[in-house]
Design a protein. Sequence first.
Length: 125
Amino acid sequence: MNKKRKTEPVEQISNKIGSLMLDKKAQDIILLDVREVTPMTDFFILCTADSHPQARAIKNHIEDELVKEKIKPWHIEGIQSMEWILMDYVNIVINVFSPKAREFYNLERLWGDAIVTEISDEGKE
């Protein structure tokens, strides 16, 4: 018997990740839809954390909640320095930056042709 795992559309998962970032008070959350720009991935999700403990909390919360849905990262890096945590879920790449690293790398400019969606807690209770 062939069991099929239920998969959510990548857009739904991306929005969920944005919401999980909000749960841990991440700032400046941006969803970049790069499907028409690069074959590398479908979405980049960026946020800023004010401190190393907050960055770790954001990373852990995302990882813990997605694992509950049987979604596991392919690769995670940056947890030693906590300046730029990259969580690679293949079709979604999550970036948790310190304010200094976010400004330095400026991925929004690099992927300027992407469709940009800002995620905020307005309307979220």
